[in-house]
Design a protein around this ligand. Structure first.
Ligand code: RBZ
Ligand code: NIO
Length: 345
């Protein structure tokens, strides 16, 4: 296992190299978890996906039993040039205001970290310098996107059992739609939703911005990291960096909503299996999220009609993972409890 944290990358080529030759699944740990399930006092398979979750944690933590003692939640915040184009129901100033709210414990993410048992870090990324509007320019220079990626890549995950990344950034459902289009194809209408609740005129502007970005950047969007630079945002790049750092550190990831999954999708688009260490916590109400989860091949754990971001959906799903771990590690076996095993007839 390489030591964490990773050294900062100096270029997108450095990042590309980190995304190659990724650590694979620990099949022995998975086999140990799978072998324990039928010995536990329940009909075979009766805990459904909870059984798979315990095995998935072992596979990517690289050991048995699965652990959730130390869960890290990191929320990154960034500002977007496109937010000035009327693509959100809220003004850009809300990003910095919500960061203050996170720091004072008043947001949904604070309550869900407390109740779910996760340690929260909030990392604002150059909030005074919005990205450039990506329908007329590249959102970031290479130096800017690498700096944002580094905010996630250099996280110290050595003490973490699970990573959850989240975001705050007014306008970022527009960036996520443009990035998802770049990574997985389709049309602007396939990926653009109402985000915070834009009206019909704002919804039309969002689609127009994403279409203009597709026309402007063209074939350059076929490279996932170049797409992240051109149409993404700082908090998206930082989330992507965190997800890659987690893979290299042997830490599984629980994904949040549309924006989080678009950012993480960079690794799947770049490297087959690059996101196998990540599980979809929930499916958001943002319609593109279901399409994105289908493209990623990741069925969500929950569908609670949430559409907040801030890691909120993943943090609610954390309680499902905790249930899976508690059953897998705490249940008695048939032999221990003196319960007769079924014979299958
Ligand atoms: C008060 C408030 C708290 C939030 N927490 C997350 N978001 C979410 O909404 C934003 C994306 O939606 P759009 O693209 O429509 O701007 C992001 O900041 C996302 O994290 C919030 C939005 C608001 C207004
Ligand atoms: O899916 C999400 O995470 C989401 C949707 C709308 C607004 N903010 C976040």
């Amino acid at each position: 296992m390489p030591a964490t944290p990773l050294a900062p990358a100096s270029s997108l080529d450095d990042v590309r190299a980190l995304a190659r030759d990724l650590p694979g699944p620990d099949t022995a740990a998975r086999a140990t978890a799978e072998a324990r399930e039928p010995t536990l006092t329940k009909p075979a398979g009766s805990l459904g996906r909870l059984e798979e979750l315990a095995a998935w944690l072992c596979t990517w933590q690289g050991g048995h039993p699965p652990r959730l003692d130390r869960v890290r939640c990191v929320v990154f915040a960034g500002n977007h040039g496109v937010a000035a184009k009327g693509v959100s129901a809220f003004p850009p100033a809300v990003t910095v205001q919500m960061v203050a709210n996170f720091q004072h414990g008043g947001a949904a993410v604070n309550q869900l970290c407390r109740t779910g048992g996760a340690d929260l870090d909030v990392i604002p990324l150059d909030l005074d310098t919005p990205t450039k509007p990506f329908d007329t320019d590249a959102a970031m220079t290479e130096d800017e996107v690498v700096a944002a990626l580094n905010a996630g890549l250099t996280l110290d995950l050595s003490a973490a059992d699970l990573l959850i990344v989240g975001e705050m950034g007014i306008g970022n459902t527009t960036a996520a739609a443009a990035l998802a289009l770049a990574l997985f194809g389709g049309t602007a209408a396939d990926w653009v939703g109402r985000g915070t609740g834009v009206d019909d005129a704002g919804f039309a502007r969002k689609r127009a911005v994403v279409e203009a970005a597709k026309a402007l950047h063209g074939d350059a969007l076929s490279d996932p990291l170049e797409a992240l630079r051109r149409v993404g945002g700082r908090e998206l790049a930082a989330m992507a960096g965190g997800v890659l750092a987690a893979r290299r550190a042997g830490v599984p990831v629980l994904l949040d909503g549309f924006i989080c999954c678009a950012a993480a999708g960079v690794w799947q688009a770049l490297t087959p299996g690059g996101l196998d260490h990540a599980m979809a916590g929930h499916v958001s109400r943002e319609p593109g999220h279901r399409r994105l989860l289908d493209a990623l091949g990741k069925p969500p754990l929950l569908d609670l009609h949430m559409r907040l971001g801030e890691a909120s959906g993943a943090l609610v799903a954390l309680s499902v993972l905790r249930g899976a771990v508690a059953c897998h590690t705490g249940m008695a076996t048939f032999a221990e409890a003196g319960v007769a095993e079924g014979g299958g007839s």
